[in-house]
Design a protein around this ligand. Structure first.
Ligand code: ADP
Ligand code: ADP
Length: 234
């Protein structure tokens, strides 16, 4: 089934830059969809539009068969979308679990940490185990590696109920071993019905992990193709 259908998206920024000039993106449920294109091709702009961070100049978006009318990123989260950035918005002096329950309101959250978090923390441990997102939930964020910080971000969007997860150049900061581990976690996610949009420059990764790829060039979709059937093992 089609989960997301972005059609003929145009975006002209106030300074006149035409970042999207006719982008089509169709994402099917339960697939790993690679979004590729060189720097400036319009990938981030498209994802900002999807998340309600920018308004499209024109175009249509269907999500779960319904027209998408976002007010902002909070609505995107409510709709089951999660974005994992390269920039980690984590509080270094708090633990992994504390960072995850804090969500987006660290100041308010710091006070509520006084509450007993046992139930939430055990839920987080379950997510870590299920998706092999190896990280110590009790470690403080200032002591963990970049790769582990990324996993914390993934756990955070899972914890908030995301079903469509957008990974923005997730391997850029990872070692080869961390990349393998990330791919294993992604495979676990799709096996359980999650859908992934994976922004990447690396053709090897497209071939290794994606089911479908959409290529953007100068703000336009130039091709979209199936690279692998979903769930090839079944
Ligand atoms: P990508 O993610 O593929 O690198 P972007 O969507 O970031 O592409 O950028 C597409 C084009 O839009 C680029 O020329 C970029 O400089 C421009 N751009 C991005 N954000 C803005 C903005 N806020 N205002 C003006 N131009 C922008
Ligand atoms: P490592 O511990 O693996 O050396 P760093 O601490 O150098 O990783 O972090 C890499 C990048 O992430 C840096 O650009 C840093 O500014 C940013 N970063 C690290 N921790 C945080 C944080 N808690 N909040 C915001 N940005 C962070």
């Amino acid at each position: 089934a089609i989960l997301l259908e972005m059609k003929d998206i145009h975006k002209t920024y106030p300074n006149g830059t035409k970042a999207n000039r006719g982008v089509d993106l169709t994402v099917h449920e339960g697939e790993i969809h690679a979004l590729v294109g060189e720097n400036g091709a319009g990938k981030s702009t498209l994802m900002k539009i999807l998340f309600g961070l920018e308004a499209p100049t024109s175009g249509s978006i269907l999500y779960k068969g319904q027209p998408l009318r976002f007010q902002g990123p909070k609505d995107a989260i409510k709709q089951g979308m999660g974005m994992v950035h390269q920039h980690f918005m984590l509080v270094p002096s708090l633990t992994v679990s504390e960072n995850i329950v804090l969500g987006e309101e660290p100041v308010k959250g710091l006070f509520s940490l006084v509450r007993d978090r046992t139930k939430e923390f055990s839920e987080i441990e379950k997510l870590i185990e299920t998706f092999k997102l190896k990280v110590d939930p009790r470690a403080t964020v200032e002591t963990i590696s970049v790769g582990q910080k990324q996993r914390v971000e993934i756990i955070k969007v899972l914890y908030r109920g995301a079903r469509l997860i957008i990974l923005d150049e997730p391997t850029a900061v990872l070692t080869p071993q961390e990349t393998d581990e990330l791919f294993e976690s992604i495979q676990m996610l799709v096996r359980q019905g999650y859908t992934i949009i994976f922004i990447t420059h690396k053709l090897r990764e497209v071939m290794e992990i994606s089911n479908r790829v959409t290529v953007l060039k100068a703000g336009k979709t130039i091709t979209t193709m199936l690279t692998k059937d979903t769930n090839p093992e079944e």
